[in-house]
Structure formats: C-alpha cells, structure tokens
Ligand binder design. Structure first.
Ligand code: FAD
Length: 435
C-alpha cells in the first residue's frame, strides 16, 4: 500500500513539474459566499482576481446548505473573530442587501428557555451579546414571548430584534456580478490539487475537475497549469485544511485538526401559514445552535440543523504521523485524498429516521407539532476546528505572520456565522493582508 502510494507520488510530481506556468495577480480558491465576498473586495481595491472553484458553479457547498440566518452576534466570546465579524458583517450585510435589492428581512429572533434550568444560560447569552455590542437585546417573561408567538411554549425568552434572514443565492449572485464587473474571472470545474512555496510566491497546481474525478490512481494526474499568484486566499471551506496540507512548504504545525459535523433540516409538510413569525432558537447544544425554527423568504418553515459528527480526512493524518515519512507526507496526502474521492466524500443525504430525534426536541418549544408533520429537507456540513465535547474554536485566518509564506491567506473553520460575516471577513482580509 505504502509502496504503491510512493510510486503514485512520483508520477504526480513529474506531471506537475511539466505543466504550463502563468503569473496572476490574486487567486481566491473557493467560490462560496466568503470566497466571492473576498474576490469582490479585492476587485473593489483595483486588483485583478481569478476565482477557482472545483464545482460547476458558485455556492454549491456550505453556502447553499445553511439556515440563511443573519445572526446578531450573541453567542460568541467577546473579542473573538466570530463576534467581531458577525456584528460588523451583519451591519454590512443589511446595508449591502438594501442597496443591491437582495431579498432579506429583519424578522427578529427569540432564544427560548423551556425550563427553569435553562434560564441561567439565557442570562449568559444576554450578557455575552451585550458585551459584543448587539443592540436591542431584551429578556422577556414567558407570557410576553408567548403573546408574540401563540404557538410557542417557554418560561423565558431573549428577544434579538437585529436577527434576520437573507436569500443566500441572491446575495452570492449579486456579489459575483459586482466582482465580474470589476475584472474578476470565475473559473468553475477547476480544482486546486496542491501547491508549493518558492521564492516569494505560492505555486498552485490546477487541474480540470473532471480529470480529478476520472483519475484512476494508476496513470498520472494531469496538473494542466501552475498558477503563480502574488496573493492567494485559500477559502475552500470544508476542504481548506486538506488543501493547506497539500501546500508543500507550509509547516504542518500551523494547520489545525479538522472535524466535521453534519446538520440536517426537516421542513413542515402541508403548512401554508407558518406557525411562527420570528426565528425561534432553543439554548445552544454541543457543536451547534440547537434545532431551531428558520423561515425562508417564501414563508417555508425549516427545523434544524441537528449535529451529527462525521468522519473526515483527519484519519489520514493519524495514519501518516504513524509512519513519519515527513518529506513525502504532503504529497502522499494528495494521492490519498484523490484516491479516496476527496471531491465526492461529503454526504449531504438526509436520513428520514433522524426525524425521530427532531420531534421531541421541537416539541419542547412547539408542543403542537403533529405526528408525521416533518419531511426531509437538506443537509449541510460544518467545517469545525474542535471535536465533540471540546469548547468551540474561533475562526482561524492565517497570513504570513502565522505561517511564514508571503502572499498566502488561509481561512480555516469558517462555520456559522460565516454567511453573516462574509463581507466583514473580506473587508478584514483586504485591509490586513493585501500588499
Ligand atoms: C448547517 C449549517 C447552517 C449554517 N447556518 C448559518 C446561518 O444561518 N448563518 C450564518 O451566518 N452562517 C451559517 N452557516 C455557516 C455558513 O454557511 C458558512 O460559514 C459559509 O457558507 C462558508 O462559506 P465558504 O465560502 O467559506 O465555504 P463554502 O460555501 O463551502 O465554499 C467553498 C468552496 O470551495 C470550493 N472548493 C473546495 N475545494 C476546492 C479546491 N481544491 N479547488 C477549488 N475549489 C475548491 C467548493 O466547491 C466550494 O464552492 C451554517 C453552516 C452550516 C453547515
């Protein structure tokens, strides 16, 4: 097995070395909402930007598999990147949506305590949100909240008037259009399979996604092009950590461990009128914000996401560490990832049986939910930097000062509130790292 892998490495290296080379200004890897917002920001700063995405179009990953909630900034520790980007990002997002006619609505949210034991947690959230600068937070008695939402059952609730919903596809479409109008090129079906650091620049190995998909592991994998950008942002979402491991020259010590948590949604069947006008959230659970009620702009009611920890490619790391062939590890991981179908390994199916766990969770705050009312919706996967039972970890944004590679910015663990934060993250990256 190991011998085979080394032979494969040799083949892949040879092929990469023969590929054509091209110098470019800025490359953004990943056309999710964060990558697109960064591309737009760089373009607004007058830079020439190339966005590469392995999928056939933009926003097919986590950016189209979330709750589409504009978060206020309540949950995150004071001074964390999540808190700062969420609060700033929310302001920028509402402004952007209003100015560019992106459908959105500031419908407000109720975080509910369904028993007396949860009240201290609600008080903590109020304190945290207030410290983060979230305006308008107000603690409500149960009867006040239930007057606002007659289907709700709770003993206390935290009202967050700043929370809202956004049509994430329209948002991405608008950002893409703006970026394209300012000399940004989007190249889809284009996979960055690895890279190395040489001199002052990153060299990115680029391949057509269909060649990656069709590769049988026996012949050479064609890296058709080596791009040499002055500035590169690794915004590859769920694959950002795996990709960074395939950047030869990037110290493995700067790459945090990856964890993945799938979240499934169920929709309310046969319901024309939503039982709720606000977003309704329970107290957060380990790994997520709890199975909440989200409304989309068409009035459809969604419940979710739950938290299901799933295996990821970190199994590969532990295997590699065991053998400690350090110089070949990164290239070995390229081969391993590709052999194991890196680009199709995320399972977005919703298991109908998971509904059984949803009913009791939802009925804690929505007791009238009838049997059989839930239908499978969709699923998303959180790119997490902490595992089950571990405290939540902040977004990680690494520039040269963290990893020593000039012109490279890595974005790791951009889970919720990444959608809300997207424009603020872009603003920060341009201000902090652009040379
Ligand atoms: C269940 C769930 C619910 C959420 N709810 C909310 C919410 O309500 N509000 C909120 O603010 N946030 C929410 N989030 C978080 C938010 O959705 C994400 O933070 C955000 O979408 C991340 O965007 P991204 O651009 O970083 O990643 P992605 O959208 O995953 O984009 C990454 C892109 O990189 C591409 N790519 C990957 N590897 C390569 C490669 N090697 N070469 C080229 N391209 C590559 C992929 O094809 C993909 O298009 C939620 C997340 C989840 C999972």
């Amino acid at each position: 097995m190991l011998k085979q892998a080394f032979q494969s490495v040799k083949r892949a290296v040879t092929t990469s070395a023969n590929a054509a080379k091209e110098k470019v200004d800025c490359v953004v890897i990943g056309a999710g909402v964060v990558g697109i917002a960064i591309a737009r920001e760089l373009a607004l700063k007058g830079r020439e930007v190339l966005v590469l995405d392995s999928a056939p179009t933009f926003g097919t990953g986590t950016s189209s598999r979330n709750s589409e909630v504009i978060h206020a900034g309540i949950y995150y520790p004071q001074n964390s990147l999540k808190a700062m980007f969420c609060v700033r990002g929310r302001e920028l997002l509402y402004k952007y949506c209003s100015e560019h006619e992106v459908p959105h609505k500031q419908i407000g949210k109720l975080i509910v305590a369904t028993g007396p034991l949860e009240i201290p947690k609600l008080n903590k959230l109020l304190k945290c949100g207030t410290q983060n600068g979230v305006d308008g937070l107000r603690m409500l008695e149960g009867f006040e909240a239930m007057k606002m939402e007659p289907e709700l059952q709770c003993v206390k609730a935290l009202l967050s008037p700043a929370s809202g919903i956004v049509d994430s596809h329209s948002l991405m479409l608008s950002l893409v259009g703006e970026a394209e109008n300012r000399r940004t090129t989007f190249s889809y079906n284009t996979t960055v399979i690895g890279g190395h650091h040489q001199g002052n620049c990153m060299h990115l190995y680029v391949s057509e996604s269909k060649n990656v998909g069709n590769w049988n592991g026996q012949s050479s994998l064609q890296s058709e092009l080596i791009l040499i950008p002055r500035f590169v942002v690794n915004s590859a979402g769920l694959s950002a950590l795996a990709l960074a491991k395939r950047f030869v020259g990037l110290k493995s010590s700067v790459i945090p461990p990856a964890y993945y948590a799938r979240g499934c949604y169920f929709t309310l069947a046969n319901t024309k009128v939503s039982p709720f006008k606000h977003l309704i959230y329970p107290i957060p659970e380990d790994g997520g914000l709890g199975v909440h009620v989200t409304l989309d702009l068409d009035g459809q009611v969604k419940f979710g996401p739950d938290v299901e920890w799933i295996d990821g490619i970190d199994d590969i790391c532990s295997f590699m560490n065991k053998y400690s062939f350090f110089s070949l590890l990164i290239l070995f991981s390229v081969i391993y990832d590709l052999l194991h179908g890196l680009y199709s390994r995320f399972d977005y199916s919703v298991n109908v049986n998971r509904a059984e766990r949803f009913y009791p969770e939802i009925r804690k705050y929505y007791p009238k939910l009838s049997d059989g009312a839930l239908e499978p919706g969709y699923a998303g996967i959180r790119p997490k930097l902490s595992g089950p039972g571990q405290p939540p970890v902040d977004f990680v944004i690494q520039g040269e000062e963290s990893h020593g590679v000039p012109g490279l910015v890595n974005l790791f663990g951009i889970e919720s509130p990444g959608l809300t934060s997207s424009i603020a993250i872009a603003e920060y990256i341009a201000a902090r790292f652009l040379r």
